[in-house]
Design a binder for this molecule. Structure first.
Ligand SMILES: N[C@@H](CCC(=O)N[C@@H](CS)C(=O)NCC(=O)O)C(=O)O
Length: 213
């Protein structure tokens, strides 16, 4: 492939959960990259070139030489499969299916309630507004379903999908980081000992510390 050796580029903002996932995976693989800032919530809207890179107006977008890509799970799998470094997807079909299941759960059932309903409402409510307590309560209820399901899948394993860290762990870390910041999120996470232990381990990992600060 002619793009071998080309530097990877991430387009997005360092505050974004999904940009953070990609940055963690790049760091875990030891891949050098450039972060080109794109503020998806800018008053003036997204720059036209970002719409070209991501027709749905989200971040991150990614480029590796002539190859452009959007959607975080596609990006992280591409990074894992295209660059040297530790393998971040289990080879065994059942473990790989579990990893994919957990990533899909996080996207479909965790990100909205844990980040938008609990974290953002509690910690950064819209300017001039008080936290929407009904929305937070609903988010917490949905988060409990996620944590219960995840805890049932993980049991006593140190990592979410397999015996070694996988893309599922790095997908979850930025979501859990925001969820556990307000006291209501932290208190709920503490009720799930295996997930709490996992969070203590992953939140100290250098790739995660670097992306979350
Ligand atoms: N399905 C997308 C989701 C990306 C996403 O939602 N990114 C957020 C930032 S964390 C975003 O761009 N939000 C802007 C918006 O909702 O308008 C992916 O997996 O990359």
């Amino acid at each position: 492939m002619s793009d071998i050796g080309k530097r990877a580029v991430v387009y997005g903002a360092s505050y974004s959960v999904y940009v953070r996932i990609v940055r963690i995976v790049l760091a875990e693989k030891g891949v050098a990259y450039d972060l080109v800032p794109v503020d998806v919530f800018a008053q003036e809207g997204l720059p036209a070139d970002n719409i070209a890179r991501h027709p749905f107006g989200r971040i991150p977008a990614f480029a590796h030489g002539s190859f452009d890509l959007y959607e975080t799970t596609a990006i992280t799998r591409y990074i894992d499969e295209s660059f040297d470094g530790p393998v971040l997807q289990p080879q065994a079909p059942r473990e790989r299916a579990r990893m994919n299941q957990i990533v899909a759960m996080l996207d479909n059932y965790a990100y909205g309630p844990m980040v938008w309903d609990v974290y953002l409402q509690r910690v950064e409510p819209p300017e001039g507004q008080r936290p929407d307590e009904a929305r937070i309560a609903d988010g917490l209820e949905k988060a409990r379903r996620v944590l219960t399901a995840l805890s049932d899948l993980v049991r006593d394993r140190p990592w979410l999908a397999s015996e070694t860290p996988s893309l599922a762990d790095f997908h979850a870390a930025p979501i859990f980081d925001l969820f556990q910041r307000p006291p209501d999120g932290a208190a709920m996470l503490a009720q799930f000992p295996s997930l709490f232990a996992w969070w203590e381990t992953i939140s100290a990992r250098p790739s995660v510390v670097a992306a979350l600060t």
